[in-house]
Design a protein around this ligand. Sequence first.
Ligand code: 9L3
Ligand code: MG
Length: 153
Amino acid sequence: TFVTFAWMIATRAARDDPRDSRPLDVVAAAIIVDGRVLLAQRSRPAELAGRWELPGGRVESGETHAAALTREIREELGAEVEPAESVGSPVALPGGLTLYAYVARLRSGTPTALEHLDVRWFSADELRLFDAAEIVPADRDWIPDLCAVLDGT
Ligand code: 9L3
Ligand code: MG
């Protein structure tokens, strides 16, 4: 019908596949240990490869943000975390997605680059000096928020 057709056009921009009914939320983890936050270097897609991010990914249907964050960090870094307070403001991503960041307490395991190119721990001073062009665009605005959290730990 026309309504269905119009809906497919409207949602095509938001999702690669119009049959993809997953939520439009993406969650990212600020894992903080000994006053330093973990950033991970993306391996894909090409336009983001080599840039640093707070690790995380898409929320699946029926999943809470906390559950998605725990799963993503287990998949991407092989570590167990417990999500806590939010960091900064949500960020609008291309394609209609919205990105949320949370402090995540490391429970066990050593975060390892299983899907990333590398992982690295940053102090607030190192973050402030880090070249913003090396951070994925969506995460750049969180740097002052992350520094404030680190300064408070
Ligand atoms: N993204 C941006 N910053 C982040 C994360 C975890 C994700 N800190 C963007 C990249 C992708 C989308 O969100 O466009 C989905 O993330 P992923 O599943 O590719 O990690
Ligand atoms: Mg990811």
